[in-house]
Ligand binder design. Sequence first.
Ligand code: MN
Length: 330
Amino acid sequence: MRELSVDMCKPYHKRSYGLSGTFTPLFQMMKAVLRANLNAAIIMPEHFPIGNALAIDSASSFTKSSYMLNLFKKKTAKDAVPKSYDMPEGEVVYAIGDVHGCFIPMINLLSKIELDRRLCPAQKSVVVFLGDLMDRGPASREVIDFLMHFTPDWTEVVFLRGNHEEVMLDVMSGNIGAMRSWFEFGGKDCARSYGVDNFGQLLINPDHIMMALQRSVPRAHLEFLDSFHDAFTFGDYLLVHAGIKPKVAIEDQSPYDMRWVRSSFLDYTKPHPMKIVHGHSVVEDEPEIHSNRIAVDTGVYQGRPLTAVKLYAGQETFIQSDVKGDPQDI
Ligand SMILES: [Mn+2]
């Protein structure tokens, strides 16, 4: 019997950041935007005890008790495909697809999830971000700044690493080649959100852009992104950014495949040992429930809603933001 790999099993990140200097103005702006534009009575600021690390440390026993043991069931290489994919009793998961710098749809979706969770009789709740918080949309910095301080009293929060987190961390380590390709798939939008836009120097002085990036992106943001996990299990469900390599045991999956895989996973219609919940590959109309996987990336940055799947009591249901992505949203 082999357990899940150490990395997949390590307790998820327990954030304890305090309020940052940049956060309070953002929070005030968020309040103003919500009141003015979104007709959003759903979230009031007091529902977000942001930065209240002490409260969650003392109030939440989830990470200190058997919660992780309940969530991380042992899987073995010879695991047969279960007759049905089961969920832990009395626990609810909300898995949110690729945010891609779309701040207002994210806030709107979180408010709807909070309301749902407060009405849900589950004893335990986890909100899982499936990765790709940044790039493409207009507000990567705001999304990251908000989430790194997001310690609500109504749920635990888990972050998974997507291919865009992987590339951004690579870029910020000083990799000029990675920066060039990053700028081809949404990295410029992320850089702009940090005030870096000297892209005209890309051919002649790429070092100048790199220096500007390294000056502008706070170290705390990178440490936050670096704390993300590869996968999260919930009963017979495996939550990952992109998917898995078919016909390979769950514990033998590579982080690379879990962050980047596309057609070999998407085209595979036979059962996996676990049901896979993923983002990464945009489904253009509605989120999709297949027999072996659930796809929740509805392409919010392309003017569509942000989507979460709720897993509770054997049911797979979707919650979507009422606000669609819009390049002008912040
Ligand atoms: Mn993505």
